[in-house]
Design a protein around this ligand. Structure first.
Ligand code: EPZ
Length: 419
């Protein structure tokens, strides 16, 4: 396992570029399965989760070529319809590949994605939607087999605006007979990016980014090149790194409207934010102010930023109340950051954070991707040295995070402790 070793107390300054979006890349890589030809993707971040997804495509028979940030996927001769169990368990969001495999081959076999570090992560909404599309589903021994002669467009109303379920319905409906309408669909920017990519391939999707999405089945798709959007959660993470260190940073990021709730909360906490052409600059105050947060589906405050924002609240002046409305187990990092002197109590969905003057460095363990990022930011601000272990979680979702932070003046290095 590897660790970050962080010397705290350095004010971050300078400018850094935000990488491509993990959560847009995964469904867009899946979309390349639908085109029995070549799809060229740019700005895909080189992180564990995209690597695993590309491994699965190669297992399925796709030819994958990577050079300098461009990924070329040739899905002409795909031979398999199942997602290998060992890869399924490495990453929950591989379930979105099932929708793409089904959309093209009308059959797919995969194991239950299993829970993860932040909650049970069920896929009932995905499966009930597949059934409405005319897909027969059998479950046996932890495996799910989906099969049908043809996919028939349907009206699907989601109980919850699930991002993954929305993506899976879109992917499975591209070649359907007739029209599929999703109501109460997720509105995240990653859904819009997926729809833009598929429409460029020749799909007919309307309404992405709104509560109602319509997919009219088409007969074929074509070869295209597509550049994936920038990662809004990494953008928020880097801005919070500037905020927690009393810093003065700019991020090279061109879609500020994707992170309005994060910008609003940083301003409420006393940061000065300037949105210039192609970048966002943040000037932190001497001491941050406590603010209250409620995570919501987009366009509300993103759940993926909850733990990261809590890190800055631990040293803010006053008491903050945070409510996590999306996942049922997204406070596992709290026990770790309390070892650094944070004063946090959690009760169900709610966390109460009493700001302290300073955190102190400690040895802490990443519990999940965003919980790990929270600990890194706490280490940047803490007195002394912080060792964040199990950073494999963090490497899943952030491309070269240590190098980006070093570029802004942080003292951080990776230590491999696989002795
Ligand atoms: C996506 O996960 C993101 N992952 C998550 O980011 C993000 O936190 C989440 O959307 C919410 O924005 C990717 O895009 C790869 P959901 P997803 O389906 O699709 C419940 C990160 O850190 N639910 O919108 O799994 C579910 O349990 C990751 O980058 C059901 O009950 O999220 C959760 O409570 C973490 N049944 C809520 O809905 C279902 O069938 C939101 O889940 C599906 C979901």
């Amino acid at each position: 396992m590897a660790s970050y070793i962080i010397e705290g107390g350095k004010r971050l300054e300078g400018e850094v570029k935000v990488s491509g979006s993990k959560n847009a890349s995964l469904p867009i890589i899946a979309a390349s399965i639908l085109n029995p030809g070549i799809t060229r993707l740019y700005n895909i971040p080189n992180i564990h989760d995209t690597q695993i997804t590309l491994e699965i495509l190669k297992y399925l028979g796709c030819k994958v070529r990577k050079n300098h940030g461009k990924i070329e996927i040739n899905s002409k001769n795909m031979t398999k319809r199942d997602i290998p169990e060992h890869l399924m368990h490495q990453m929950r969001s591989t379930v979105v590949l099932a929708g793409a495999i089904l959309g093209r081959f009308k059959e797919a076999r995969f194991s239950y994605p299993g829970g993860c570090d932040i909650g049970a992560r069920p896929i009932d909404l995905h499966l009930s939607a597949f059934k409405k599309l005319g897909i027969n589903i059998t479950e046996e021994g932890g495996f799910i087999t989906c099969k049908c002669d043809k996919i028939i467009g349907a009206n699907i109303d989601l109980d919850f605006p699930s991002v993954g379920a929305t993506e899976n319905i879109i992917l499975a409906s591209i070649y359907a007979e007739g029209i599929t309408t999703i109501t109460n669909s997720a509105m995240e920017p990653e859904i819009v990016d997926l729809a833009n990519c598929l429409n460029k391939m020749g799909a007919k999707i309307e309404g992405a980014g709104t509560k109602v999405i319509q997919i009219e089945g088409v007969k074929k798709l074509k070869d295209i090149s597509y550049t994936v959007m920038a990662d809004r959660i990494e953008a928020g993470t880097l801005l919070c790194a500037g905020a927690i260190t009393g810093g003065n940073i700019c991020i090279n990021y061109k879609t500020p409207d994707h992170i309005t709730p994060i910008i609003n909360k940083l301003e409420e906490a006393g940061c000065k934010i300037q949105i210039a052409k192609g970048k966002i600059c943040l000037q932190a105050p001497k001491r941050l102010k406590a603010v209250d947060i409620k995570t919501m589906p987009y366009p509300g405050f993103p759940t993926d930023m909850q733990s990261i924002f809590v890190s800055i609240l631990t040293i803010a002046k006053g008491t903050s109340v945070v409510v996590e409305n999306i996942f049922e187990n997204r406070y596992r990092y709290v026990a770790e950051i309390k070892r650094m002197g944070a004063r946090i109590t959690t009760e169900g969905k709610t966390a109460i954070i009493k700001g302290v003057r300073k955190l102190s460095g400690a040895k802490v363990k990443s519990t999940d991707l965003r919980g790990g990022a929270c600990l890194v930011l706490a280490g940047l601000a803490a007195r002394g040295t912080t060792t964040v272990t199990n950073i494999e979680y963090i490497l899943r979702g952030y491309e070269k995070l240590d190098e980006k932070l070093k570029k802004l003046g942080a003292k951080i290095k990776i230590e491999n402790n696989d002795k």
